[in-house]
Design a protein around this ligand. Structure first.
Ligand code: KMH
Ligand code: ZN
Length: 276
């Protein structure tokens, strides 16, 4: 039976604990959230970390400690964000790879990001991709706009396949400044995958109120899912998210209804080409 890979993005860099009290910002909170999410169907965790004041950080020591702790506490695939926060310099974003995660994100182009700009120069993307190749870290290519898929096609044609040989992309939809979180945009992205290597897989996430339409559209289109408080802090109208596990459990229920139950981490490793 076909299954659904569920990625949880529990923290992000933009949401504050004040706005979302359930946001995991300490290592202990993150490990608890990771265990809960694994228990209800997640197989990948997309990690951003915070400092002692709960501000986003790319501190390498903390990233290493976090990677170790999630591996000790769970069987989840550890995917570190190389995107960080919009203010993070490129050197710090590249240094994330020195924490030796299983996976790291690799955003395929610059995008307006609310009132900010999320900068991803071509030369930076190439450096990230080639460093991941040499370190054996499997990328998840983050697609905020349709043109990012054309950039990915160019990247793979010029620099070759990623570590593990499998291409997996994540459509991040509904960011103000990026593509909308609509069925039409998702279908357009899926259609553009025909220009990428055969077997390329995709997941999708919708920011804010686009979460549910994107989740249902992705399942219907044969895609995988990403959910979490990085992307959504409202469960339903006037109902704040209680925990990341609540979002994963909902995604898992939809996946079961679609006859594509959650994928086990071991199967996700095989699919994504992760050796460990
Ligand atoms: N926080 C955003 C600026 C990623 O994790 O790679 C970038 C982001 C993408 O969240
Ligand atoms: Zn992220």
């Amino acid at each position: 039976m076909a299954t659904t890979l569920i990625t949880v993005a529990p923290t992000g860099a933009e949401v504050s604990k004040r706005d979302a009290p359930a946001l995991p910002v300490t290592l202990d909170e993150l490990v608890v959230a990771a265990k809960e999410c694994e228990a209800v169907g997640a197989s990948v965790i997309h990690i951003h970390i915070r400092d002692d004041e709960a501000k986003p950080t790319l501190d390498l020591g903390r990233l290493k400690e976090t990677t170790r702790a999630i591996r000790e506490g769970t069987g989840l695939i550890v995917q570190l964000s190389s995107g960080g926060a919009v203010t993070d310099p490129e050197e710090h974003r590249l240094a994330v790879l020195d924490a030796a995660p299983d996976m790291a994100s690799c955003t395929m182009g610059t995008v307006n990001f609310g009132d900010d700009v999320f900068m991803n120069r071509w030369a930076f993307i190439v450096e990230l991709h080639t460093r991941m190749q040499s370190k054996g870290i499997v990328p998840e290519y983050e697609i905020f706009d349709l043109g990012h898929l054309a950039a990915l096609e160019r990247l793979l044609n010029k620099y070759g396949l990623p570590a593990g040989g499998h291409v997996h992309v994540d459509f991040v939809m509904g960011v103000p400044g990026g593509m909308p979180g609509t069925v039409e945009a998702l279908v357009a992205c899926k259609a553009a995958l025909t220009n990428l290597p055969e077997g390329t897989t995709f997941s999708a996430t919708g920011i804010g109120r686009t979460t549910l339409p994107v989740l249902m559209a992705s399942l219907a289109a044969g895609g995988h899912l990403r959910v979490g408080m990085e992307d959504t802090v409202t469960y339903a109208r006037s109902q704040p998210v209680e925990s990341n596990a609540q979002l994963v459990a909902r995604a898992a229920s939809f996946a079961r209804l679609a006859q594509r139950p959650p994928m086990a981490p071991a199967d996700a490793r095989r699919l994504l080409g992760i050796a460990r």
